[in-house]
Design a protein around this ligand. Sequence first.
Ligand code: SAM
Length: 275
Amino acid sequence: MSIWFTEKQTENFGITMKVNRTLHTEQTDFQKLDMVETEEWGNMLLLDDMVMTSVKDEFVYHEMVAHVPLFTHPNPENILVVGGGDGGVIREVLKHPSVKKATLVDIDGKVIEFSKKYLPEIAGKLEDPRVEVKVGDGFMHIAESENEYDVIMVDSTEPVGPAVNLFTKGFYAGIAKALKEDGLFVAQSDNPWFKADLIRNVQKDVKEIFPITRLYVANIPTYPSGLWAFTIGSKKHDPLKVEEERFHEIETKYYTKELHQASFVLPKFVQDLVE
Ligand code: SAM
């Protein structure tokens, strides 16, 4: 017998979906973890009753977090993913032959464990020899890193609970220190409909640290409002000035080199947030 799960995206608005069964549920040391089978989106990971990823639409987010920065950097070899315990960003990172090592640091080992068990399509590459998985606080990992990474991707939950520190200017300064002299980072930056202030503040903080700061967007139907934003901060390489020959062939379902450029063309109300 199916039930309906509703994610309240604001106090006054949400999305609801038919859930056929709950595959796993527990209160971890950090958050409420639910793995559910939905009729529309397949298996889905929820954290604190917020949609994290689903089998049917995960490719949009994971491709856009990974390929925009990885095609922007001329030779990305050493990569860090903060959060990302579902493994989707790592799967996309490994499609780039230049990548020699990808480190994932997620604070909650249970997310990794149950993503491997119930989301094999997404988490299936976490055992790849180029991948090192660490369970720990990404904020601390960044604080202990210096001049190490070509690209850093912050694939965290919303700025609440364990992720609250991952949206601070101090964290972005730590990222700049952890990056090599021509490094760049991307951070998922929520949505312009309900989190305009967050996007505005992140842009302001990142602009004060990185010479090149941009925002790009993608359509993610199961995320709040469906319009998702990503902040990119770069010490040297501009995501809008990528040499044509950089775009080597990779298998994708959403990302293309044309969409890479187009995703930085923002609706006026979003453009106003970043100016
Ligand atoms: N794509 C999703 C989104 O945009 O909301 C995020 C998915 S991923 C599962 C989010 C991960 O961030 C979770 O597994 C959570 O454990 C992790 N996380 C939250 N705070 C963290 C921190 N301080 N350090 C490392 N990982 C953290």
